[in-house]
Design a protein around this ligand. Sequence first.
Ligand code: ATP
Ligand code: MG
Length: 435
Amino acid sequence: MSFQRPKGTNDILPGESEKWQFVEETARLLFRDYQYNEIRTPIFEHYEVIARSVGDTTDIVSKEMYDFYDKGERHVTLRPEGTAPIVRSFVENKLFGPEHTKPFKTFYMGPMFRYERPQKGRLRQFHQIGVEAFGSDNPATDVESMVMALDFFKQLGITQIRLVINSLGDKETRQAYRQALIDYLVPFEAELSEDSQRRLHENPLRVLDSKDKRDQKFVAQAPSILDYLSEEAQKHFDTVIAMLDALDISYEIDSNMVRGLDYYTHTIFEIMSDAPKMGAQATICAGGRYDNLVEELGGPQTPGFGFAMGIERLLLTMEAEEVVIPAFNSLDAYVVALGEETNIEALKIVQAIRDFGFSADRDFMGRKAKAQFKTADKANAKLVLVIGGDELANQTINVKAMRSRKEKSFSLQEIYEHFDEVYDEMTLFIEQEEE
Ligand code: ATP
Ligand code: MG
């Protein structure tokens, strides 16, 4: 009998997990610079939290939820996205209170779950890094967030990207546009995909998001939401554009862009990868403003702006662009222990080196010297310390600097009491050689 991981999930193995750590570390450092702090919410939520925020008629809620009834008959779901849980947490923990800095800026990272048809860059368990800023309706918040996302990609070494923006306006805008869109689409109703026929009356803006070829030719000719912006919505969007221009950020406006979630208002954006090979999964970051969501989940009227990035797609983009990830896994010292009688001493030496704050490892398999040296080499060890029966009897150890091939014998006492000095002495030599 053999077991396999569930369809649409991945094991992230060593070799790959270093890349994940690099992406996550880069995000944490950058977000700190922009004053975003982390919130960790549970992996599952009450079904209603997601249904209410994301919208009943969205694909996410209508077909992609991993929802179930728990043993206490509670309707719960694995989270399909990060914003709804964060907003729920913001409201529940009263993070809008006077003791909190405004805007309240927070980030999250972790697994999300959607029952989708798995393909490249589309999984059932995938991972997102996202940010949210609560309490500012200033267009500068929209722009700062988008710039932070661009900054993040720059720091990762991703360059072939494009910022695409649009405005969904306010409630007034949407009502006017909704009607215009229905009027435009109804004559073609029979020619639309089944999904879009259903969406047309439930939630016509969703038709614009259709990936079905039958819909796309009608979508291309559809009226533009930008012609229906209320005065206030127009002013907000104009300011966003003026600010992007002031920062010399290039962008495209796509008036047909809507997002897969219902809660957005005003500015929405996507960052697309132009790297060949990304195909239909080219959206690596998406987000926008949601000025009614906090209220929707029971909080005081509080504007919000946020975005989410899919880590899997981010890594595919880095691969497509052949970004080289800095190696951060070299080893300071490897102890080659020869003969069973050195087993205890090797254990003590490795532990002593670690107590000095260095990274260290040793052989555990009783292998021959050659095999142990090979392991040290593979681990990129800077120093190799060799101890055999003779050295043990003399209470000495042989230290080799791998790159310079310098070799010197030290007493065990020197290792235990002054390994930091031994390390400096032996590696200083490497640096001099390299100059
Ligand atoms: P798509 O149109 O590709 O289905 P979406 O509109 O459903 O995307 P969002 O809900 O806005 O995506 O999520 C933000 C980001 O999360 C996406 O841009 C993508 O990078 C990533 N993402 C979304 N769904 C998946 C998935 N099933 N597998 C991997 N990454 C995903
Ligand atoms: Mg989707």
